[in-house]
Design a protein. Structure first.
Lengths: 165, 230, 141
């Protein structure tokens, strides 16, 4: 499920669902690859703590890793917030909000396709030169239960939700 | 508090109250109430020899207050420094754990046999880096066999799993053998789901099986020359 | 290289008016090692050059009664589907003459690209290096 919105006037901080009072939030600043490593490790730990199960927690960690890596590569700098909310969905869930101050994703549909970034297909030879597989957002979409994209004048935010099953 | 004029030198205008005041001041000092203590002592203006004691006591107290205040400041600073240090240590620990996961070491277990144990979280960037490193090492070491052990992986995106298969195929294209070990049920499900073709790629349950299989098949190569029956 | 005997330049030109084939002009030397032929591909293999090479190889295999042809592509940075077809064609024609073709020295980036493209190098074998290719070729005897 993908929702996109492009409203320059709307602040990027607005979330689709309200945060309940019993929710806990952990925010990780993201500037460099070291921050990506910290965020994804913590995401995996928090996922297990929150009761997602080992495999699902790893999927959460991979999603966080992909989103945070994109911040480092394209978003200049930003942050990843993990909101552990028992009131989300039926049995609660974890929301990942990846915000950055970088330019908006030009072509979301294209960027979501595997093997592509937002300008189009990636040359297979460049995959080996540390460009990544071009499957980052695709992986996020495959793992998460909900995917939302917002962009504003100050930057953009991708919010994905992992329900506790 | 009685104020006395300067009497002849050596003669102390000693009153009970001066002594009581001094004792009282000491009592205040004992409970760390230095304000009250010094306030009490400030009232003394007589220049006799007892006043010397009172003056000395006041000086001593003032210095003590100063020293205590400095100590307190130093303590506060030290506490803050300590907290900072602890936070940094925690970050370093987490980063080290992350680095251990990130830097997948490629081990040459025997001449020409590379082993790539993959642990932790594998995202698209990491799998691309691992592939590059493995392929380059195969060329550099002219390794004839690569064993990729994914026992340590809980979950993998379908495209990443596909990429591992492509990695194995690329290894074979270079002219080396590739063995995949440690495929857990979850990953097996993912591989089936994407309908992957595993021909030419050996898959074994764990690293030990993979190493044993290699040893069995290449037994003769590792014998000492004298033992070889050629 | 462990063993080498004769070193000879590519000859047997495809059109009789020129003494040496284009393959030789482009410095595609065909070196004979015992009963195998080795070619080191340094330049782009296009059109005429590829055909020349194919013909030269077939002729040399016949003359030398070679059991194998080894193509060293370690200097090749890009192998696209067109080159793949050329390599497969060389493999097939060499096989037709009773020999097998080995490709050695494929670069990692090239290997990845080939896999991504899904092209199959099905008429040739691959090996890590010259020695291994020679070993395998001898085993095939």
């Amino acid at each position: 499920m993908v929702t996109g919105s492009s409203d320059p006037g709307r602040p990027v901080e607005a979330l689709a669902e309200p945060v309940s009072p019993r929710a806990e939030e952990r925010t990780f600043p993201v500037r460099a690859m070291g921050d990506v490593l910290i965020a994804r490790k913590r995401a995996q730990e928090l996922g297990v703590q929150f009761g997602l199960g080992s495999r699902r927690a790893t999927e959460l960690a991979i999603a966080v890793s992909e989103l945070a890596t994109n911040i480092v590569k394209y978003g200049i700098h930003g942050e990843v917030a993990l909101v552990l909310d028992p009131a989300v969905g039926v049995r609660g869930g974890i929301r990942v909000i990846a915000r950055d101050i970088g330019p908006p994703i030009r072509n979301l549909e294209v960027a979501l396709q595997d093997g592509c970034d937002d300008t189009g297909p990636i040359d297979p030879a460049l995959v080996l030169r540390r460009g990544g597989l071009g499957t980052g957002l695709g992986a996020v979409l495959r793992f998460a239960d909900l995917f939302e994209y917002q962009q504003g004048e100050t930057g953009k935010a991708i919010t994905v939700t992992f329900y506790r099953r | 508090m009685p104020k006395k004029e300067n009497g002849p030198a050596g003669i102390v205008e000693f009153t009970q109250s001066r002594l009581e005041d001094l004792v009282q001041a000491l009592a205040y000092a004992a409970i760390d109430d230095f304000e009250a203590c010094l306030a009490l002592m400030k009232g003394t203006l007589v220049g006799d020899s007892f006043a010397t004691l009172e003056g000395g006591f006041t000086d001593f107290l003032t210095q003590l207050v100063g020293a205590k205040s400095d100590l307190n400041d130093a303590l506060v600073q030290a506490e803050e420094a300590n907290r900072n240090l602890e936070a940094k240590l925690e970050t370093i620990e987490r980063q080290q754990a992350a680095i251990r996961e990130l830097s997948t070491p490629i081990i040459e277990v025997w001449t020409g046999v590379l082993c790539l144990p993959v642990v932790g979280i594998v995202d698209s960037q990491r799998s691309a880096e691992m592939t590059e490193t493995l392929l380059e090492m195969i060329v550099a070491k002219q390794a004839r066999t690569a064993i990729v052990d994914i026992t340590g992986i809980d979950a993998m995106d379908t495209k990443t799993a596909d990429h591992f298969i492509k990695m194995a195929k690329a290894v074979r294209l270079l002219g080396a053998d590739c063995i995949l070990s440690g495929i857990n049920p979850g990953i097996a499900q993912t591989l089936t789901h994407i309908g992957v073709d595993l021909t030419g790629i050996r898959t074994l349950r764990n690293l030990r099986d993979a190493l044993q299989a290699y040893l069995r098949e290449h037994h003769a190569e590792h014998l000492r020359p004298a033992d070889r029956r050629v | 290289m462990k063993r080498s005997t004769a070193v000879s330049m590519g000859s047997g030109g495809s059109d009789g008016s020129v003494g040496r084939s284009r393959a030789a002009d482009q410095n595609l030397a065909i070196i004979q090692i015992r009963n195998c032929l080795l070619v080191s591909i340094q330049t782009e293999l296009h059109d005429r050059l590829a055909l020349d090479l194919q013909e030269s190889l077939m002729e040399r295999v016949r003359i030398a009664d070679a059991i194998g042809v080894i193509l060293d592509v370690s200097a090749v940075e890009v192998i696209d589907s067109y080159i793949t077809r050329i390599l497969n064609d060389i493999g097939k024609s060499v096989r037709f003459m009773g020999a097998e073709c080995y490709i050695v020295g494929i670069r990692p980036a090239v290997a990845m690209t080939l896999i991504e493209m899904g092209v199959e190098l099905d008429s040739v074998h691959t090996a890590l290096n010259l020695d291994l290719a020679l070993e395998r070729l001898e085993l095939l005897q």
